[in-house]
Ligand binder design. Sequence first.
Ligand code: ANZ
Ligand code: ZN
Length: 645
Amino acid sequence: MLANEQVQEGCCERCGTPVVKKDLTQWFFKITDYAEELLSGLDKLDWPEKTKLMQRNWIGKSVGCEIEFACESGDTFKVFTTRPDTVFGVSYVVLAPEHPLVRKLVSEEQRAAVEAYIENTAKTNEIDRLSSSREKTGVFIGHYAINPVNGEKVPVWAADYVLYSYGTGAVMGVPAHDERDFAFANKYGLPVKKVIENRNGETVLPFCEDGICVNSLQFDGKFGEEARTAITNHLAKLGKGERKVNYRLRDWLVSRQRYWGAPIPVVYCPHCGTVPVPYKDLPVKLPYNVQFEPDGKSPLAKCEEFMHTKCPVCGADATREADTLDTFVCSSWYYLRYADAHNTRAPFDPETVNKMLPVDKYVGGAEHACMHLLYARFFTKALRDMGYLNFDEPFTSLVHQGVILGPDGNRMSKSKGNIVSPDDYVSEYGSDVFRLYLMFGFSYTEGGPWSDDGIRSAAKFLERTERIVLKAKEAKGSAEHGEEEHKLNYVRNNSIKLITRDLENFSFNTAVARLMEYVNALYKYDGCENKDAAFYKECAADLVLLIAPFAPHFAEELWEMLGKRYSVFDQRYPVCDESALVQESIEYAVQVNSKIKTKLMIPEGLAEEEMRALALANDAVRPLVEGKAIKKFIVVPGRLINIIV
Ligand code: ANZ
Ligand code: ZN
């Protein structure tokens, strides 16, 4: 998993153990081995589309072809292209200035210019080099290469718009069909040769879309993908090319010259080279006695007691790795430790973790899209392949929370002076009111501006809730169940049903709105002359259970006040009684052959099919219709059913 540059094989001089000797460079994780799986795995994740797209772009898969060009010197190099269908239009090739062939092939006349160009390139960064607005520069190296499809001699240039770290670090220049190459060719007077045409015949250069091949010998007339496949196959037959998939994703450089971070558990022995710290000596702990002068050196490198150690293989004096790991390394697997936090023998026990995980709902900021969320996915896959995990993805479902803005609608910041401090509100209103407002005042995934009015109305709502629960507790009476009870029971069950659904969807603001409706319904019932006190208390108890996730301390107190057993959180969350949701019933007169036989309560809005079943099954009707063909079934909505047999 760990890779390090400049690898040398060797053996420990004392014990003969084969070891890998490496220079003190930096450590990488080989995340690129997982590029394809990290990409394809996204499809099955329940994550925001935007975040998945960011990861897709970050991984940056591109399917194309590597084509080999031979030089006059006999050297060869490969270019990576996504447009092999344009290979007959190559009028020059470009090597990244860092490409080793540049110095090797450069002619005597061009040497000084090329050296100066290489030196200049070293001062620029990748982002600038790739910028499309930046003027393209380059230098002819005084050497030529041969186009493998037509034997044409094309000049070799060095230019910094080609990155050494991507693809093969070399590009074929096709000015007629690539914006960048077009600008470059115009600037340096290189030929522009059209090899792709628009279907409608009007081809304005540079023409960069898919089109029909022209000036391309046997490939003339082929279009887009078909042409690319045919030319790639042709090149493969010549032994000059092959299909190739490239990824933008780079290996993960994890070495940091910092104190804060997990030490890299590696020891350098003069005899054995690079030796991993054995499992029994893990974790390597950070020393306390460190100096933090900003002198560009790792703080650990200056801590003698940390640095000096013994080689775990041969016991000789050895030194520790002075760098620490990128802190994203820790956040890539902390979720596994959560499931087994008290384990003193190992980071986690696979059996425990496999039972509990993956995480079925993960909440975090969208800014983590391409770092934490990608690294954690990589770690999960790597640990799976090492036999520790039996799942492929760490977070099955992901939600990004929104941001609470300052009252002025801007992101809170000291410089804008718009910071809202939770502590001030918690001490004035309590944490439950604060929490309830956060739930009610914003869409969870969108956030929005803070409002003092909003928090005041949250406080009022809890007061109103407390009063109605008290009233329910004190209520008297044992009224028969009638319309009022029916109505309240409807709102109660409807609230349970919709709040449960809202909670699952992270739609907390609508859930609180439904709680408010339910409280209103309770007040309405409280105004009734005759009440069923037992039923009323049941309804109030459900309200307390429903509100508990939003205002936990408050709910616990109300629960106690109702005389219920501690704790409100040990109770079952209310479950909707679907039968209570059946709409009000209307009395229908039921006739058979136009003579009234009975009366029937039929729920409002029932489909005719179901009405028919109800009517025919009725005890007064069944004997009269059984075994007979029903000629007509007449419904007068809200009043009457007439069955003609
Ligand atoms: C010839 C060509 C003709 C190209 C044409 C495009 C259009 P993506 O999709 O990002 O992978 N390229 C290849 N390696 C490069 C490097 N190291 N630095 C800069 N550019 C590089 O882009 C692939 C295309 O980017 C390749 O296809 C190559 O230009 C360029 F009409 O090859 B193309
Ligand atoms: Zn050793």
